[in-house]
Write a protein that binds this ligand. Structure first.
Ligand SMILES: Nc1ncnc2c1ncn2[C@@H]1O[C@H](COP(=O)(O)OP(=O)(O)OP(=O)(O)O)[C@@H](O)[C@H]1O
Length: 234
């Protein structure tokens, strides 16, 4: 893990919606070479934070730097964002989605995506509208992780798939990961994600309340991250 030169730096980040502070002076620094779980209760600001980092939500105050740059078209080129909602046209087939990603993202490697689609055993000829929610989610993950990005921001990536398929999905997230990349995953499925997490960030009411490496926290508290989450938020 490279903490000396954080690829992601956030200081005093505040974002309000009609006067309500979704983010309230949030501070966070993360280096590359790690998979980080972004945890917190419903409505604590996880999606809002990810959207600002992804450059799709503006109108905030505070200091946000992605590899030293403000969120912008330049940072979008190195950030692969997987939103928690479907963003692909229902009428599209997988090959059409791959073409779209090839056109949009210079860092897209179709071979990576094909490899993940094989791992998921997804049929290539079906339209997204003919697929189940879990299958569509797999397609989106295969596309997002098909980019050779520096930062992957994944918002609730495994919520729609059945428990047995989750392990395969986790494999997909880490399968092609470079050591100079950072993966930040928002999730409520802490127990499922824990095997691939190096660190966690816990949020409450628009702020970070706890960060640390999973091994250190386990040693310090004698709890799994799922148990620690329940203790912190009880
Ligand atoms: N577009 C919006 N307009 C108004 N309020 C919003 C908007 N987006 C988010 N909020 C509010 O900001 C707060 C943070 O929402 P956010 O979606 O970031 O939380 P979250 O931690 O991702 O929640 P969850 O775990 O339920 O997905 C919530 O109170 C939410 O109602």
């Amino acid at each position: 893990m490279n903490e000396d030169q954080p690829i992601l730096e956030v200081r005093d980040l505040t974002k309000t919606f009609s006067g309500f502070p979704a983010l309230a002076g949030l501070n966070l620094q993360l280096g590359t070479g790690q998979v980080v779980g972004l945890l917190g209760e419903n409505g604590c600001g996880k999606t809002t934070l990810l959207k600002i980092l992804a450059g799709v939500l503006q109108g905030y105050s505070g200091h946000v730097r992605i590899n030293g740059m403000k969120p912008s078209p330049e940072t979008k080129a190195i950030v692969s964002f997987l939103p928690d909602t479907s963003f692909l046209a229902n009428s599209a087939t997988i090959p059409q989605c791959i073409d779209l990603y090839r056109d949009f993202f210079a860092d897209f490697d179709p071979a990576r995506t094909e490899d993940l689609l094989d791992l998921f055993a997804l049929p290539r000829d079906k339209k997204l509208s003919e697929m189940s929610k879990g299958m569509r989610e797999k397609v989106q993950i295969a596309l997002a992780m098909g980019r050779k990005a520096r930062i992957y921001l994944l918002d609730e990536p495994i919520s729609g798939v059945d428990p047995a398929a989750r392990d395969v999905l986790l494999q997909a997230i880490t399968r092609h990961l470079d050591s100079d990349s950072l993966v930040l995953i928002s999730t409520h499925l802490i127990h499922d994600l824990e095997p691939i997490l190096d660190s966690i960030v816990m949020m409450r009411a628009g702020r970070v309340i706890l960060t640390g490496q999973v091994d250190d926290l386990r040693g310090e508290h004698g709890l799994s991250m799922d148990q620690l989450f329940r203790k912190v938020y009880q």
